[in-house]
Design a protein around this ligand. Sequence first.
Ligand code: 13P
Ligand code: SF4
Length: 348
Amino acid sequence: MNLFLRSDIALWCNCLLFDAIDTRVKFTIVKCIILHNREYKKVVNKSNMTENLQDRILQLKEKRNATILAHNYQIPEIQDIADIVGDSLELARAASSVECDVVVFCGVDFMAETACILNPEKTVLLPAEEACCPMAQMITADEVRMLRRRFPDAAVVSYVNTTAEVKAESDICCTSSNAINVVRSLEQEQVIFLPDKNLANYVARFSSKEILPWQGFCFVHDRITTDDVIKARRAHPNAKLLVHPECRPEVIDMADIALSTSGMIKHVCSAPDKEFIIGTETGILHQMEKKCPEKICYPLSSQAICTNMKRTDLVMVCDSLKLLKPRITVPEKIANMARKAIERMLTV
Ligand code: 13P
Ligand code: SF4
């Protein structure tokens, strides 16, 4: 095996047994070694390219006085060059406290918008301009105004997965990690919770308030089924099941615990258990492997991939730092209104 891995034809030819081998077999061995060498070179070239890009990004980052923020769902190469990798709340907090001129957001549009609203004086870049969260498009500012007219006594809680215009119409924002506490912090007994129906239903389990959910959802989490749980539990009977609160209620019912993305990483690292089934976007497994390599994590569904979160690559980050675009901006009036809802969340 070692001989083969070193792909050393000369070594094979000098091998004592080589002469005794049939010519056709010899030919096949040499062909295999050549093919293997070709594939090996491709991998080496690719990793050299990755290293070159990563080095270039670090140089540009220095030059631009930039900070790179990346969500837990990003591809491993992006997570590895980021200054901070985290969940939506951690990244929003980081965006409000980083000292730099440029914030490079490796995530989706609403996250970069939030960073921009919290840092109107900074340049906020979203390297993958097309990276959006479909759930954030499931409610408009007009629809929030309509809800307010219909339920004048209710507070409006918006998940951060919303547009800046929707945040501007809201009383307070929340993320998956603070949603329960945000609802608890309100004086109103009636709460319009938008846009994610699954997160709204999850929060309602912990609150005596009347929660009025909008009917939005995350297509990545909403398509995880009880069948996926049954299969994963059968395959890994000793593993604990962790799911994201964006999953359907019946999936959450079957889980050991529901947590935000960073909540899951912390739980895997600190719990005494050794094996875990992870019910969220599969990009999160990279942080788990990095932070606690002694634990074994299996994806609940290998289909749980957010294509928008996977749009950002190293070339895009490099170009973005070079050209200082695509730049995210939010109109001042909207930003000022949305900032109140986001900052109120950060105080909870
Ligand atoms: P977290 O805040 O838990 O990272 O979730 C963000 C998200 O988009 C989940 O789909
Ligand atoms: Fe939006 Fe779902 Fe992707 Fe998160 S995983 S960014 S909620 S589509």
